[in-house]
Write a protein that binds this ligand. Sequence first.
Ligand SMILES: Cc1cc2nc3c(=O)[nH]c(=O)nc-3n(C[C@H](O)[C@H](O)[C@H](O)COP(=O)(O)OP(=O)(O)OC[C@H]3O[C@@H](n4cnc5c(N)ncnc54)[C@H](O)[C@@H]3O)c2cc1C
Length: 451
Amino acid sequence: MTKLPDHAHYVIIGAGIHGLSTAMHLAQGLKARGKSVGEGGTRIMVLDKTGIGAGASGIACGVVRNNYYQPAMRELMAHSVSVWERDPEAYSYHPVGYMQISPEVMHAQVGTIYEQQKAIGYESVFVEGEAESMRYMKGIFHDWQARNITSVLHEKRGGYANNMASMRGLAGKAKTLGVEIVPDVTVTGFRSGNGSTAISAVETSAGAVRCDEVVVGAGPWINSIWNMLALPKTISVKGRDGKVHEGVRMWHYMALQEGTLGVDPEYQKTNDGRMPPVIHVDTDAPLRSDRDGHLITDKLWGLYYKPDFHFGGVQGGAMPAVVTPDPDDVRVDPYGPKSPEFVVTDNFADMWTSALAFCQQRFEGQHPKYKSEPSGGIGCFTPDSFPVFDRFRENVYVIADSNHGFKMIGVGELVAAELLGEKRALLEPFRFARYAAGRLHPVSNSPFPWS
Ligand SMILES: Cc1cc2nc3c(=O)[nH]c(=O)nc-3n(C[C@H](O)[C@H](O)[C@H](O)COP(=O)(O)OP(=O)(O)OC[C@H]3O[C@@H](n4cnc5c(N)ncnc54)[C@H](O)[C@@H]3O)c2cc1C
């Protein structure tokens, strides 16, 4: 059985993108301050009930983009993209760019994203008008045919990273700096004492560890850790209408729908033979089945896709599905493709392969190549579907990304700075107090809860 030390200065729960990035940057920050990290020095322990990348980070599609309607999200993402760019090889990051291809209902909002990208120096091209958008897209893919598109935002930075390879890269860097990553240890509770709400020890399946600071990077398991910390199940939210809504559930779940078309990834190359940007299309044109022609939807819908050697085909997804049970009753384990409940269905396969064919002629009639293997996974969302990065119980730093987060590799750097006493303005718009104060992020017209 794993033997844990009696004490660690920092106990980090979860070896996903946030736990590992925080640990690595914390170790870097301590070393820069002349401190040694590891046994005999400052101990940073990352505990995971399974192992590195066992949660959402290990199954994420891996898309890295700036495209957000909320200014605070965009600035945060620009910082994270710069962290991905620091070591593309170690993080298995592919800077192919990202395209947001939109219908008229999103035109003006995407235009503001472009203006603000210019203002923060994030390189992108904005194409407006139906004919111009078609011409631009055909210049990249000769077979482009998506309809009801009136703007294209082409981000020249961003792209995607290979989920597990990125996790291994981060973990390797963290270990080299003296971080201890311990698999197969489940956090089961917390201790506090002496009349303080601060956590004095973390209880685990391998015994208790006294600690000075706790960092929670538990991804879809945040609801259970939140309950262990006795934090409120319901909160007050001052809405955009100025009214206070009482009793809003702090967490809710959604199921992410993703899959892979088993074609050669090279099949999706651009006209000039290069690997293409990640494509995200939203449209209000009716979607018909590429299989039998039936109407799938005549409401606003969207999809994203990229060729990916790691997934072995063209991989991507569509809008998430609502998970209805009370969050305390949602069975998060077994997670991801191993879940008997939260994997995608044939309906998704039909919708997504039809959406691919809607966008590019080369995908017409390709639906039999859809890989019928379990895929997808659930994410845990906050009341406004944007992250919470904040301190609770005095010494517990919660990183709850509301499922935006594989791309947010930089959040760990910002959190590490705050743990070392330096406030970071980029994190301020994501404090918990925003709900009671009504400082909510603006909502976009996108059919996705994370745009
Ligand atoms: C199918 C899918 C596709 C996605 N695609 C993208 C994408 O393309 N781009 C993007 O930016 N984001 C994407 N996301 C979202 C992104 O994956 C998550 O927001 C992010 O990975 C969360 O990282 P994390 O470190 O918070 O949690 P996780 O990666 O989930 O890590 C949490 C870890 O905590 C451990 N843990 C949980 N409870 C305990 C406990 N009690 N004791 C010890 N350990 C515990 C788990 O074992 C797990 O390893 C996707 C999500 C899903 C589900």
